[in-house]
Design a protein around this ligand. Structure first.
Ligand SMILES: Cc1cc2nc3c(=O)[nH]c(=O)nc-3n(C[C@H](O)[C@H](O)[C@H](O)COP(=O)(O)OP(=O)(O)OC[C@H]3O[C@@H](n4cnc5c(N)ncnc54)[C@H](O)[C@@H]3O)c2cc1C
Length: 409
């Protein structure tokens, strides 16, 4: 297994430094399990004792449901901020992105719950995901409606008995869907964007069907196809039912995507950095044009990292710039692919055969293009931001135009 490269801490205060150091050490343990998971995605069950596998559940669970045991140190926060979570996500992916996605916990659904649920709904959901190990899913994508998510067709109809709702429809590419105990499903109660609702489901209830889909890369994500056949949804499982229509279902999906797009960017960044470090570890004497290409890639990844931290800080401050979030996610997915392509080229024509780890991450990074929206959709978002003159910050405008174009777009 490739070793971790030397590492310099950023200066962002002692607490973030301590967290980063801890994440880095915890992620070291993920390389071997990552290879095992690539061969058998269900092998995650063999590694549930690892602290790195606990991080997702602990950091994404609201503080009042967090269980403090001796697996994680007390300075690792529950209900983490976006800035704290992307730091963990980057290092966990540096260790292994598949292991991170295979880990139990509330995952994306946590943001929907935190945004829309009342106290009883939070008790219902997080009471279950706090049981170790429990997986949860977030089901938005449909077979024919990937990028056009607001056109979703899964139906939520009034139960003929007069009490509650009935769910019918299909979802596609849902992370951990076939292994989850609970999940959030986006469905349509009425036409138009405000007709979208988010409901909590228990996968043990009648009418739930799931199958895991085969994957070439990032196999730990265990993406699944789900079918809901007349599944009964009690009224209290409709999230945000106490809110106006314009501030529930769709709003929860948008919040989750806003929060998790930086996570996917952090995953991509972590793998991109790991690929560069791998080349340097394998070719310590690399010089000339090849070395310059690796150095340039590391520079680009470092610039992306700064931008990623800025967008996460904006999210935590309650003033996110959705266009910049799109820009960061789109650019990170591209850079991660470029970094693995570069590594494969510099390590020679048989590199993917001779370096099984590189072969694995070379396949893994292709998924980042699709997770949390494809490049074309985000490109459109960036373009809209530029048209509205709402993309660059005043700080960006202060630097040379050439640098702005390269570092921020
Ligand atoms: C590893 C992984 C995990 C995932 N986990 C989840 C999950 O947990 N929950 C969930 O709900 N979903 C999940 N997804 C699904 C993901 O959100 C979708 O793959 C994504 O939204 C794209 O949808 P699609 O695959 O149907 O592609 P499509 O929307 O069919 O796009 C195919 C191509 O057409 C392009 N395209 C589509 N529309 C336009 C347009 N209007 N203009 C220009 N180009 C366009 C796209 O850019 C892309 O290149 C996951 C996906 C992956 C790969």
């Amino acid at each position: 297994m490739p070793e971790f490269a030397p590492y310099a801490l950023d200066t962002r205060g002692e607490r973030m430094d301590a967290l980063e150091q801890y994440f880095r050490e915890a992620a070291r343990e993920l390389r071997e399990p990552g290879a095992a998971l690539d061969a058998d995605p269900d092998a995650v069950h063999r590694f549930l004792h690892l602290p790195a596998v606990r991080l997702q559940q602990h950091m994404l669970t609201p503080a009042r449901f967090a269980r403090h045991d001796d697996v994680l140190p007390s300075f690792v926060p529950a209900e983490a901020s976006c800035a704290e979570w992307i730091l963990a996500a980057e290092w966990l992916a540096y260790g292994d992105p598949g292991m991170t996605l295979a880990s139990p916990g509330p995952a994306l659904s946590t943001v929907v719950l935190r945004a829309l649920a009342d106290e009883a709904q939070q008790d219902w959901f997080f009471g279950r995901t706090s049981d170790w190990p429990t997986w949860a899913f977030f089901a938005l994508t449909e077979p024919e409606k990937g990028s056009a998510a607001t056109e979703l067709t899964a139906r939520l109809d009034a139960d003929p008995s007069g009490d509650g709702w009935v769910l019918n429809g299909e979802k596609m590419y849902i992370g951990n869907g076939a292994h989850a105990r609970v999940g959030v499903v986006f469905c349509r109660r009425a036409p138009g964007p405000w007709g979208i609702e988010a409901v909590m489901v228990d996968t043990g209830d009648p009418g739930f069907h799931a199958e895991t889909l085969p994957l070439i890369g990032l196999r730990g994500a265990r993406i699944s196809r789900l079918r809901f056949d007349g599944m009964r949804i009690p009224p209290e499982r409709v999230l945000g039912r106490h809110r106006p229509r314009s501030r529930r279902g769709l709003q929860g999906a948008l919040q989750a995507m806003l929060w998790f797009r930086p996570s996917v960017a952090a995953f991509a960044l972590g793998v991109g950095r790991a690929a560069c470090d791998y080349v340097l570890a394998q070719r310590p004497a690399l010089a000339g044009a090849g070395r310059a290409e690796v150095d340039t890639m590391i520079d680009r990844l470092n610039r992306l990292r700064r931008l990623l931290r800025d967008v996460a800080a904006e999210i935590d401050a309650g003033s996110p710039n959705t266009f910049r979030v799109s820009g960061v996610k789109m650019r990170a997915a591209r850079l991660a692919e470029d970094a693995t392509l570069l590594a494969a080229r510099l390590l020679g024509p048989a590199s993917l055969v001779e370096h099984p780890w590189l072969d694995k991450v070379y396949r893994d990074v292709r998924a980042f293009e699709f997770m949390e929206g494809t490049g074309n959709i985000h490109r459109r978002g960036v373009f809209q931001g530029l048209l509205r003159d709402d993309y660059f910050t005043s700080r960006d405008r202060d630097v040379r135009p050439g640098r702005v174009a390269e570092g921020v777009v």
